[in-house]
Design a protein around this ligand. Structure first.
Ligand code: SF4
Length: 712
C-alpha cells in the first residue's frame, strides 16, 4: 500500500502560533472573543455541535484548526432562508456541508418510511430540526448566501450519494448528489486527508475548479481528465456475456490466491542468476478510469444498475482502485480513487485533538441522547472488512483497519475519568465498527494492495488475515488497570467467526467485559439470506456460544448472548422467516426490538432490493434473481415473525402460515408457532387450540420483554 505523509507535519500548518479555541465558534460574539474578523472555513452540519471525537464535525473542525485555519460551525440552521447561513459572515475559503453523523433520511424515517418524531443528535431529542436531504438544502442555502464561495460536501449522506444511486424513499434512482446540491466538490469516506489537502491548496491560491486530483473526492467535469486512459466497465464484467478479466484482475487473482506458495528447491535458488535491470513498471490501475453506465441508463435498466454497483464496489481498495466516471447528461461525475488510510500516528493525532468532550455551552442543560450514549465510550479503530452487504461502513470507512495506539486509547480513558462530568468509573465501550478487528490486518502487503475481495472473512476467513487477538487482549488488560476504572464494557458488535479463531479473546471478553448480556448479530439462521448478507452460517454462532458459555461458567457468571436478526433482507423467503421464528422459539428467545431491512444508498443489499439481482457475482440479464420482500404486507409478515410471541402479530402470522400451507404451525402445542384464533376455533390438522401461556413454552422463555429493555 502506498503511504501518505503524516497529516500532522508541523510545516504544513498555515498558522502555528494560533492556540486552539475552547470551542469552535458558533456566533460572532465567540469569534470576537477569539479576535477573529472572519472564518477561513465554515462547517454547516445537521447535528448539534458536540466537541467530541465521535461527532464528525468536531473531528473535521479540530483537524482544520490544528492546521492553522479559523473554523466556525453553523449547527442545525433554520433552512428556509439564507439568513442562518450568514450568521458567521462570509468564509474566506469555503463552506463544508454535511447532514451530520447520520443520513438525514434514515434519521427522519423508519425502515417502513414512517416519520420519526425524535432525533438523538438534537438537544432534547427533538425531531424536525434538519431538513430531508439536508446536504442538498444546506448547500443551496450556502450558495444563496454567498454565490462565489465554494461548497464542499462531506459526511455519510454525501458519501453514499456520490454516484447515481437507488433512493428508497422516492423509490427511484437519483443522480449524484453533486448535481442537486450545486456544490463544487464532494469528499467521500473519512475526510481528514482530502479536506486538509483541499484547504491548503485553496489557501495557496488554487481555484476549486483546478482541484482535479485529490484522492477521496468527487467532482463534475465535462470530460474525463486529461492524462487518464479509460476502460469501459463492460470490459470487466459484461452484462449478458462474461469476458475474460484483463490484467488488473489477473494480479489480484495471483495475490489473493488460496493456493499455498509454491515451494522452491533451495539448490535451484542458490544458483547464480543474471541480474536483470528493469524500469519500474507502471501499475495497471494507475491513471486508469472506468466508465460506468450513464445515469440515464442505470435509471431505467436494473441489470446495468446492478452491474455499475458491482464495479463500484470492486474499486474501493485505496491500494489499487481506479478512478470512476459516470456520465449524467452532458457532464460526468468523476470519482478519484479513495484516500489512503490513516497511519496509527495519524489516528492518534486525530483522536488527540483538543476536544472539550461535551456539547457546546449554548445548549445549556439540554440532553443530547447521542452524546449521552457515547460520552463514556472510546473508538479504538476505523474500517471494517466484514463486508456485510446491508451495511455502509465499507463504502464509507473502507475495508482497511486503521487502529490507534494503546497509549492514545489509554490517554483517552484517563481524559474521560478526569474531565467528563458524571463518570462513575465504567467505560461503556472500547470498540469501533467491529469490537474485535483492532490491529487485525492483512498479513501480506502485496495482497492487501491489490485485493478486490468484498470481504476478508466471507465465505471463509482469508488465509492472509491475521486472527491473533493479542493486541486487543493486551489493550483490554492495560485499560482495566487504569486507576479509577471499575469496569470496561464491550458494546460494539463482536465478529464471532473471527473471535472463535482465538478462544483467548472470547475468554477475556466473557471473564471481564460483559455486563450480563452480549449483543451479537447472526442476522439470520438460513443460508438464503445469509449468503446475500455475506454473513457466516449458524455453525460459527454455535461455536462462539459454546466458548462463551464455557468461560462464563468458569467465571461463575450468568451471562447471555442477545442475538440480533434482520427481517425482509433480500434473499429471504417467507419460509426462511418461519424457520428463523421456530429457531427463536426453540431457543427460548423473545426479541424486543427488531429491525426490518433498511435499504441505505449504495449498499450491495440495496442493489439487490432494487434490481432483484445479485451483484456479489457477475451480473447479466440471465444471472441469479434474488427474492425480495418489497410489499408492505410481506415486510410486515417478516418482521412479525421475529416477534412471534407478540399477540398483536398473531393475525398476520396466522394468515401468512395459512398462505404457505403451514397451518400445522398454528395451535397451542410446543411445536406450534402461534395459537389458533380463539374466536374462530381451531385450524389445521393436529391443532389442539391455544390453551394460554401456561401450557405453552412461552411461559418458559429465558427473557421477559422487560429484562430485555433494561439490558439494551
Ligand atoms: S486478508 Fe483481506 S485484503 Fe488480504 S488478501 Fe485476504 S481478502 Fe484480501
Amino acid at each position: 500500500m502506498q503511504t501518505a505523509p503524516t497529516l500532522f507535519k508541523p510545516e504544513t500548518c498555515v498558522n502555528r502560533q494560533r492556540a486552539a479555541a475552547p470551542f469552535l465558534p458558533m456566533s460572532r460574539k465567540e469569534m470576537k472573543t477569539l479576535g477573529w474578523d472572519s472564518c477561513d472555513i465554515i462547517l454547516v452540519t445537521g447535528d448539534a455541535y458536540v466537541d467530541h471525537p465521535s461527532f464528525g464535525m468536531a473531528v473535521i473542525g479540530r483537524m482544520l484548526e490544528a492546521k492553522g485555519f479559523r473554523v466556525g460551525i453553523i449547527a442545525q440552521p433554520e433552512w428556509t432562508s439564507k439568513d442562518a447561513f450568514m450568521k458567521l459572515g462570509k468564509p474566506n475559503l469555503f463552506f463544508g456541508v454535511t447532514a451530520g453523523n447520520m443520513d438525514s433520511m434514515i434519521n427522519r424515517y423508519t425502515a417502513d418510511r414512517k416519520l420519526r418524531h425524535d432525533d438523538a443528535y438534537t438537544p432534547n431529542n427533538e425531531g424536525g430540526k434538519r431538513p430531508d436531504r439536508a446536504v442538498i438544502v444546506y448547500s443551496q442555502r450556502c450558495k444563496e448566501a454567498y454565490k462565489d464561495v465554494p461548497v464542499v460536501l462531506g459526511g455519510i449522506e454525501a458519501s453514499l450519494r456520490r454516484i447515481a444511486h437507488y433512493d428508497y424513499w422516492s423509490d427511484k434512482v437519483r443522480r449524484s448528489v453533486l448535481f442537486d446540491a450545486k456544490a463544487e466538490l464532494l469528499i467521500y469516506g473519512n475526510a481528514e486527508r482530502p479536506l486538509v489537502e483541499v484547504a491548503h491548496r485553496l489557501s495557496q491560491g488554487e481555484a476549486i475548479s483546478e482541484l482535479n486530483d485529490v484522492r477521496g473526492t468527487a467532482i463534475i467535469r465535462k470530460e474525463a481528465l486529461p492524462g487518464w486512459s479509460g476502460l469501459d466497465s463492460s470490459h470487466l464484467d459484461k452484462p449478458g456475456k462474461i469476458d475474460p478479466i484483463p490484467s488488473p484482475y489477473a494480479e489480484i487473482e495471483e495475490s489473493c490466491s488460496t493456493k499455498e506458495a509454491e515451494t522452491v528447491d533451495p539448490k535451484e535458488a542458490e544458483q547464480a542468476k543474471p541480474i536483470v535491470v528493469q524500469l519500474e513498471k507502471k501499475r495497471p490501475w494507475e491513471n486508469v478510469y472506468i466508465n460506468l453506465p450513464a445515469f440515464e441508463q442505470v435509471k431505467v435498466n436494473q441489470v446495468l444498475y446492478a452491474h455499475a454497483s458491482r464495479i463500484f464496489h470492486l474499486e474501493t481498495n485505496p491500494g489499487c482502485a481506479r478512478a470512476l466516471a459516470q456520465r449524467h447528461g452532458d457532464r460526468i461525475v468523476w470519482l478519484n480513487p479513495p484516500a489512503l488510510p490513516l497511519s496509527t500516528e495519524d489516528m492518534d493525532g486525530v483522536f488527540g485533538l483538543p476536544y472539550q468532550r461535551v456539547p457546546h455551552p449554548s445548549y445549556g442543560k439540554a440532553k443530547i441522547p447521542a452524546y449521552d450514549m457515547i460520552k463514556f465510550s472510546i473508538n479504538i479503530m476505523r474500517g471494517c472488512y466484514g463486508g456485510c452487504t446491508f451495511c455502509s461502513i465499507t463504502e464509507h470507512e473502507g475495508r482497511i483497519i486503521q487502529s490507534r495506539s494503546e497509549d492514545s486509547i489509554i490517554n483517552e480513558i484517563e481524559q474521560i475519568r478526569d474531565q467528563v462530568p458524571g463518570f462513575t468509573g465504567v467505560i461503556s465501550d472500547l470498540g469501533g465498527p467491529t469490537a474485535n478487528m483492532y490491529r487485525l490486518n492483512c498479513k501480506s502487503p502485496k495482497a492487501e494492495e491489490t485485493c478486490r475481495r468484498l470481504s476478508c472473512v466471507y465465505p471463509t476467513i482469508c488465509h492472509h488475515m491475521d486472527t491473533d487477538h493479542t493486541p486487543t487482549i493486551d489493550l483490554y488488560r492495560r485499560a482495566r488497570k487504569v486507576e479509577g476504572i471499575k469496569k470496561i464494557l464491550i458494546a460494539s458488535g463482536v465478529r464471532y467467526d473471527l473471535a472463535i479463531e482465538d478462544p483467548r479473546y472470547v475468554k477475556e471478553l466473557a471473564l471481564h467485559h460483559v455486563g450480563g448480556y452480549l449483543k451479537i448479530a447472526p442476522e439470520h439462521t438460513e443460508e438464503g439470506p445469509l449468503s446475500k448478507m455475506m454473513k457466516p452460517g449458524m455453525g460459527t454462532y454455535h461455536k462462539f456460544k459454546e466458548l462463551f458459555d464455557k468461560y462464563s461458567k468458569e467465571a461463575g457468571k450468568k451471562q447471555y448472548l442477545i442475538p440480533y436478526f434482520i427481517s425482509a433482507h433480500p434473499g429471504t423467503k417467507d419460509e426462511d422467516m418461519v424457520t428463523l421464528a421456530l429457531w427463536l422459539k426453540k431457543n427460548k428467545f423473545r426479541l424486543d426490538q427488531v429491525q426490518n431491512f433498511y435499504p441505505s444508498p449504495l449498499a450491495n443489499a440495496t442493489t439487490m432490493y432494487h434490481t432483484e439481482r445479485n451483484p456479489l457475482h457477475k451480473v447479466s440479464h440471465t444471472s441469479e434473481r434474488v427474492s425480495v420482500a418489497k410489499k408492505g404486507r410481506q415486510r410486515r409478515l417478516h418482521k412479525a415473525l421475529l416477534r412471534y410471541h407478540d399477540e398483536k402479530n398473531w393475525p398476520i402470522i396466522r394468515e401468512g402460515l395459512t398462505n404457505m400451507g403451514l397451518t400445522k404451525l398454528i395451535g397451542g402445542g410446543l411445536h406450534h408457532l402461534v395459537p389458533a384464533d380463539s374466536k374462530r376455533g381451531s385450524r389445521g390438522a393436529g391443532n389442539r387450540g391455544y390453551k394460554g401461556a401456561k401450557n405453552s413454552n412461552f411461559a418458559a422463555t429465558r427473557f421477559t420483554n422487560k429484562q430485555f429493555k433494561q439490558k439494551r
